[in-house]
Design a binder for this molecule. Structure first.
Ligand code: OAD
Length: 245
């Protein structure tokens, strides 16, 4: 037993809220901080509708490169721990800002993707987004209208997608344990979601080696990496996951 160990039985509804720090453990770069993507690339050139309208090929090159990196890594121990908690407990939601699909590959189910997925494409004319995993993407043109299809991602200046936003808000407002992992808490509206859980009386835990602007929302702050923090909270689950590996 560690002092921070949490018994799953204590909680009715658990929400994991994740960001790029989780996938950093797989070897993917984060967006901010040392080695962060937005330190090397200007989002105004690669991650907004205006850039796509100006130069869709350049925007696709950027995303194809990222898709290649994401396809080359495996889900981390942390992704598998989260999936194991989900399998062991009746009500667990995973709300992620990550677009890499690693939660699903690590066994997570019903993942709420607040910022979309790099593995789907969409076009204004043709209804819902479609899965598209080819490396690199081989059919940029929409088969219906011939226009460029874009990644199904919430870029800067885009409106949020209503379905995931509402599903995430519902989960936050109903949960009694929120575990936030690896997010800098600077991108809104995602960053304000933990406040919803806090306002409803949930136990809020932040796992991040660094302080964030929203750290005050968390009554437990684990200044450590994702896998270490999850091991503090759920040692038995971690032992099972490691035993099964
Ligand atoms: P950031 O890159 O802004 O923040 C990553 C956070 O992870 C930082 O606070 C780090 O301290 C922390 N971190 C790094 N390594 C870690 C580790 N091993 N374990 C735990 N934490 C670690 O990423 P996000 O907050 O996810 O938008 O960024 C939010 C959004 O901004 C992203 O969804 C992305 C970006 O523009 C889209 O992709 C649409």
């Amino acid at each position: 037993m560690t002092p921070r160990e949490l018994s799953l039985d204590r909680f009715k509804h658990i929400v994991f809220f994740t960001g790029a720090g989780l996938s950093a453990e797989c070897g993917l770069p984060t967006y901010r901080g040392k080695g962060g993507i937005w330190g090397s690339y200007d989002w105004r050139d690669y991650a907004c509708q205006r850039a796509f309208d100006r130069d869709p090929a350049a925007v696709w090159r950027f995303h194809d490169e990222r898709r290649g990196l994401m396809a080359d890594v495996e889900p981390s121990l942390s992704h598998r721990i989260i999936a194991a908690v989900q399998a062991a407990h009746a009500q667990v939601h995973i709300v992620t800002q990550n677009i890499d699909g690693l939660h699903q590959r690590g066994g997570g189910v019903g993942v709420i993707e607040l910022h979309g997925s790099v593995w789907r494409v969409r076009c204004g004319c043709a209804g819902p987004a479609k899965e598209h995993r080819e490396q690199p993407i081989d059919a940029y043109a929409c088969p219906t209208c011939g226009e460029w299809r874009r990644p199904d991602i919430v870029w800067f200046e885009d409106p949020m997608q209503r379905g995931p936003l509402e599903a995430a808000a519902d989960a936050m407002q109903d949960c009694d344990l929120l575990v936030s992992i690896g997010t800098s808490g600077v991108v809104y509206p995602a960053a304000q979601m933990p406040e919803m859980a806090q306002a409803r009386g949930a136990l809020c835990v932040e796992i991040n080696p660094e302080d964030t602007p929203v750290s005050g929302c968390y009554s437990v702050q684990l200044r450590m990496r994702a896998a270490e923090g999850l091991t503090e909270l759920f040692p038995q689950i971690v032992a099972e996951v490691e035993g099964a590996a």
